[in-house]
Design a binder for this molecule. Sequence first.
Ligand SMILES: [Zn+2]
Length: 339
Amino acid sequence: MSKKKVLIIIDGLEENENEFLVDVLKKDVKNTSIGIDEKIVDTGVNGFKSESLICILNILGYPANIYKIYERAYFESIARGYSKLEKKTILRCNIVKISDNRLIDFTGGISKEIGKMLIDRIQETIPYIQHCSSYKNLIFLDEPYQYIKSIQLPPPHFSIGKVIDNRNDRNIITEIMDKSRKIFSDLGYTNLLLWPWGASKKTTLPSFYIKHGLKAAVVSGIDLVKGIGKVLDMVVPNIDDATGDIDTNLENKLEMTLKLLKEKDFILLHINGCDEAAHRKEYDKKIMFFNRIIKVVIEPLLSEVDNNFEVIVGSDHITNSVTGEHADGKVKFIGFKVK
Ligand SMILES: [Zn+2]
């Protein structure tokens, strides 16, 4: 019988494709009965950006050039429990800050509490918006996907300094922007507005069990990866204090992984913080968090590797701490199993 597998994906761990941070784990194996298997892998898909949705689905056997995969908002909606999305176009929607009619902050520069309050208030006028966390929201529209895709805004994090469009053609996107600007301003928050982008729609994929014949589960703190698990019909438990950043509760994630291993054949354990630190250009914090992952998650798991299960560790894509951005390139996966 083949062994159970724990696949640990450390989001954005690698800095480049010449030197792999994951290599440090090879020094960590004290148990001489454990064999190491290294693979350098191209997790990206030709024609698609190197980002978690595309790369993780590719690693799981669903390449975007074969399966039709829409943007992240659909997966995030599924993770948050929204249903009946067959006819909806779903967008991500940031609260952003502008100055002199230019975008200056794609996070709005607001606290979590203010973000929630602003969306609570705006729901009276724009009922199809749903708050996620701080500046992040989702909107659900009835207009066709292709149409919304043609009028939506570009990703806000790539639009810093851009002039807010003052075109005369009015549509639902400009209406959302204008209405939000007025409502936020009336509440005393001038220069904030809603920025709808990343149009998405229902994505249908064969279940992980149908594709691989394995009973599977996902342990993750972020909506995107939880949504991937749900779309693939994997078990997706909620983890207490899993924040998706470097302050996450790794102990709880390990505990859940060990619990799920008793009944499942395959566990995807996703840990996001390194990617977030790299986007903030905080290399030291990225490495400190990686060291904590090794101590709290990987070493205890490796000490339990036996004839029943193996552990594979790698990254979904490169996130470089100098540029603060993802980059194309290969990453390394290291497998640990009893010889
Ligand atoms: Zn990232």
